[in-house]
Design a protein around this ligand. Structure first.
Ligand code: ATP
Ligand code: MG
Length: 584
């Protein structure tokens, strides 16, 4: 696990770009602390003037005290505004950086990651870092700016009494250190469980229909309860640790007050200290107690944030290289030519694709046929440049496809994945996603090609109908055809259709295939299918089995040759006849 910012100064990397704001915040904090530290001093002097029965001077001193209090209030207002604002800016930047980073990850990254976990990093972990860069940092600055001034004033009043009352504070520091260590360990575990819980909830809610249909509710609830119980247990332990900060600080504060009265009182009686000084000391202790108490709280925030930052850094340290930046690309008018030379792609399980040699000329078409798991999708993903070749090469227009050329390759592709994914917006926006400038006429034209026009006319809001999350408001076949229309609208140089008509009835399928013929030649077409009649649309057919090519040729040739394609054709023709017979 690579950690780039796990040093004690990890937060400095976040704050450093905002040095100016930090200095302003520090200035306001110092103004606040300096003025606040002097308030007890002036109170002590006022009491001493009373001791001497100098009432006029005492009144004047009280006015000075009030002035210092007002300045302290102003400083406090500025400090909060600047420092909390700074943390919000850092939070925004970090979230944007993380989101931007995710969008430039290649396909392989998302195969490794779980959505719920990534969401918890963008949400909870970035949030916990903000608590440290905002309220946490403010507490530290406040405590460390107040301490030296107050200590100076205390020593000025009485070095002996200072030493005596500060001893409990030293013990407090030690206590905070021990608690902080324990808290960090629990925090790491807690963040892990929180992310597991997020992943589990996300998966269960996304797959809610399967859960209900298979009666898995109890099993999922049990899984959820287990994770939730672990999370609650750790949270309770964490808050138990957290709760000990306050009482410990109060205990030490009480101890300091006890020392003040017992030891300081003795000093007053022996006339080594004035009553005014003792009053000032009471004020110093009161002024110190909140910042010192909040130090423990702030230390805890930093522990949490460090654990959160480690998890954020793990995302940034992912081994996959970034995709090139999106750019304006001027595409060639010609359809893409593809060539595979000894290409393989293997998963850890040993399954996968190839070695495969294949030539698809510009404007040509290829159907990939094969049983379930034979490698059709993997081959299309390799052609789309989503998966890398492990050996051999993929040539696009005669040039090996490399990372730098991916954006150009993608700009020319009309890709219809096996599982159509629609965004939760209108049908129109989903269709025009790859070409936002498309006209209404063009939208209706592609809708006609995929036989969606009648449906759209029937919808109450027509093209402006909102399709729901992932397109739930549409049927599987409608979703597929929307995805196909979206790809066609781009007038791509290369169409990659992964079983894009599997959820469409055979009559509609035939109509769409007829319409698609008009597209052939204008773009290169590669499609994966289980249906021979779809494959017959193409110039060439490749039959895969276990990732290996077992038959290749034109549909007419293959139909005549005894082999898997001819066998499949016989079966499916028979099936069609039976269906027709039953219908007739
Ligand atoms: N991300 C992955 N990790 C590991 N193995 C995978 C992955 N994706 C696919 N495979 C394996 O690669 C093989 C080919 O999968 P592929 O999805 O290409 O099949 P397919 O021909 O498209 O099947 P179908 O007709 O069901 O769509 C399968 O054995 C599958 O288990
Ligand atoms: Mg597939």
């Amino acid at each position: 696990m690579t950690q780039t910012r796990s040093t004690a100064l990890w937060w400095w990397k976040l704050v450093a770009p905002h040095r100016g704001t930090l200095v302003a915040g520090l200035g306001a904090t110092i103004l606040c602390s300096l003025s606040a530290a002097w308030v007890p001093y002036w109170a002590g002097r006022a009491v001493h003037a009373l001791e001497l029965a100098d009432y006029g001077r005492s009144r004047k001193l009280l006015v000075v005290m009030l002035a210092f209090t007002l300045v302290a209030g102003l400083g406090r207002y500025l400090m909060r505004n600047i420092l909390i604002g700074l943390s919000r800016t850092i939070e925004k930047e970090q979230r944007e950086e993380l989101f931007g980073f995710l969008l430039t990850r290649p396909f392989a990254f998302f195969e490794r990651q779980r959505v719920g976990d990534l969401m918890s990093r963008i949400g909870d972990d970035v949030g916990s870092v903000r608590m440290a860069t905002g309220p946490g940092l403010m507490s530290f600055l406040q405590a460390f700016s107040l301490l030296p001034v107050t200590l100076g004033l205390m020593i000025h009043g009485s070095p002996r009494l200072t030493l005596a009352v500060m001893a409990p504070f030293a013990l407090l520091g030690l206590g905070f250190y021990v608690i902080g260590k324990a808290s960090h360990r629990i925090q790491q575990k807690l963040q892990l469980v929180t992310s597991e819980l997020n992943t589990f909830s996300h998966e269960t809610i996304s797959g809610e229909k399967v859960v209900q249909a298979f009666g898995l509710e109890n099993q999922r609830i049990a899984g959820f309860l287990e994770l939730s119980r672990r999370q609650a247990g750790l949270s309770i332990r964490q808050s138990a640790i957290f709760s000990s900060y306050g009482p410990l600080a109060m205990l030490m504060g009480g101890l300091a007050a006890l020392v003040l009265v017992a030891f300081g009182g003795g000093l007053v009686l022996s006339r080594a200290l004035t009553l005014g000084d003792l009053t000032a000391f009471t004020g110093y202790l009161a002024a110190l107690s909140w910042p010192v108490m909040s130090l423990g709280w702030a230390a805890n925030l930093f522990q949490r944030a460090r654990a959160g930052q480690e998890r954020i850094d793990q995302v940034f340290a992912s081994p996959e290289s970034s995709l090139p930046e999106p750019a304006v690309i001027h595409l060639s008018e010609h359809p893409t030519a593809l060539r595979l030379e000894g290409l393989t792609h293997r998963f850890e399980t040993g399954r996968g694709l190839g070695p495969l040699d294949l030539d698809i000329p510009s404007g040509g078409s290829l159907a990939i046929v094969g049983s379930i798991g034979s490698g059709k999708t993997v081959l299309l993903q390799v052609m789309a440049g989503l998966r890398e070749a492990h050996s051999g090469r993929l040539l696009v227009d005669g040039e090996p496809l490399q990372q730098a050329g991916l954006r150009r390759h993608w700009a020319g592709i009309g890709w219809v994945p096996q599982e159509a994914f629609l965004f939760s917006t209108t049908l129109k926006e989903n269709l025009a996603m790859g070409r936002p400038e498309a006209t209404e006429t063009e939208l209706w034209e592609v809708a006609r090609v995929v036989c969606l026009d009648d449906l759209i006319k029937r919808l109450p809001a027509g093209m402006d109908t909102v399709v729901g999350e992932r397109g739930v408001a549409l049927s599987g076949g409608e979703r597929q055809r929307t995805a196909l229309a979206r790809a066609l609208l781009r007038s791509p140089r290369l169409m990659l259709l992964d079983d894009a008509l599997s959820a469409v009835d055979s009559e509609t399928e035939s109509r769409i295939l007829d319409n698609l013929r008009a597209f052939l030649g204008r773009s290169t077409l590669v499609l994966a299918t289980h249906r021979v009649f779809v494959a017959e649309l193409c110039d060439q057919v490749l039959v895969l089995e276990e990732g290996q090519p077992i038959e290749y040729g034109s549909p007419a040739e293959l139909a005549l040759r005894p082999g898997p394609f001819a066998h499949l054709k016989r079966l499916q023709s028979l099936e069609r006849e039976l269906v027709k017979g039953a219908a007739g």
